[in-house]
Design a protein around this ligand. Structure first.
Ligand code: NAD
Length: 265
């Protein structure tokens, strides 16, 4: 399978190039970057610190889709939604790791997924996807006597908050409880907030240093507290999951899939 990487000079993009070059069953179709980027014309394999590939970083995502059976995109929400439309023309599988997607972006993905296989997940690591399942299960068993708070910490460069993974954990908790996250979530607290509302699912965000991604789901009741924690120590786990998703999606019918589908969870 020929896999292309959009945003191949980014932090995740370089990891993805390295993973495609290392994984069995696939080859690097190429990589693209923003038009005008300083990285255009460079070798994506060298940028990733692996080896020369004879390919050059392009500025045309359309050309990358033409050359690829599957494309992986870890960029920014507007770019990922626009690139999804390119997947339709080529019939390529499209794997989106970008976080911070809004309702409009998701609407585009749902439309495109009628014509091609899309895998979209805010976190592509196996461990986090197991945590999502545990969170849903615990929320269902424990009920509203247990206040749910989701705490996340990421590196200082992260631009969206709470993290996509924290929101996915909130959605899993809400699903387990049978409530609507939009109505139950408490995303910001500042000043005289009053007492906590029963049933709220709270979020707290920390940013600093080079933290790859820590997430804890706290279930706090009178007299006891359960904490479920996942700590990522390398971004490789996300790249490995994304390439696994690309290989999985290659022969799947059109649809909007998640990592839970890819991992059979
Ligand atoms: P980054 O800023 O280092 O890299 C993004 C790259 O995309 C940049 O090189 C940028 O130039 C490029 N880009 C932006 N718009 C583009 C366009 N239209 N065409 C081509 N290239 C374009 O960011 P990062 O740390 O690599 O993270 C990227 C995204 O991936 C973020 O949304 C982050 O939250 C998400 N992420 C997801 C997971 C996951 O498992 N799903 C894991 C880690 C990061």
């Amino acid at each position: 399978m020929k896999i292309g990487i959009v945003g191949c000079a980014g932090r995740m993009g370089r990891m993805l190039v390295a993973e495609v070059l290392a994984a069995d069953g696939c080859e690097l179709a190429g990589g693209c970057e923003l038009a005008g980027s300083d990285f255009l014309g460079l070798d994506p394999g060298e940028l990733a610190g692996v080896k020369a590939t004879g390919l050059t970083v392009g500025g045309d995502a359309g050309a990358l889709f033409q050359a690829s059976d599957a494309v992986i995109d870890f960029t920014v929400p507007a770019a990922s939604a626009a690139n999804a439309l390119l997947a339709v023309g080529r019939g390529a599988a499209f794997i989106i790791g970008t976080t911070g997607l809004g309702a409009e972006h998701m609407k585009t993905l749902r439309q495109v997924s009628e014509k091609c296989a899309i895998v979209q997940a805010a976190n592509m690591s196996v461990g986090v996807n197991v945590l999502l399942g545990l969170t849903k299960q615990a929320a269902g068993i424990l009920g509203e006597d247990y206040d749910i708070e989701i705490v996340e910490m990421h590196h200082r460069h992260k631009v969206d908050a709470p993290s996509g993974t924290a929101l996915a954990l909130g959605a899993a908790a809400a699903e387990g409880r049978g409530v609507d996250l939009e109505k139950a979530s408490q995303r910001v607290r500042d000043g005289h907030t009053g007492a906590r509302n029963r049933g709220d699912i709270g979020f707290a965000t920390l940013r600093g240093g080079d933290v790859v991604g820590d997430h804890t789901v706290v279930f706090a009741a009178e007299g006891e507290r359960i904490e479920l924690t996942h700590k990522a120590s390398s971004r490789e786990i996300f790249a490995r999951g994304a390439v696994r998703a690309a290989l999985w999606a290659g022969d799947k019918p059109p649809g909007l899939y998640t990592m839970r589908d890819v991992l059979g969870l």
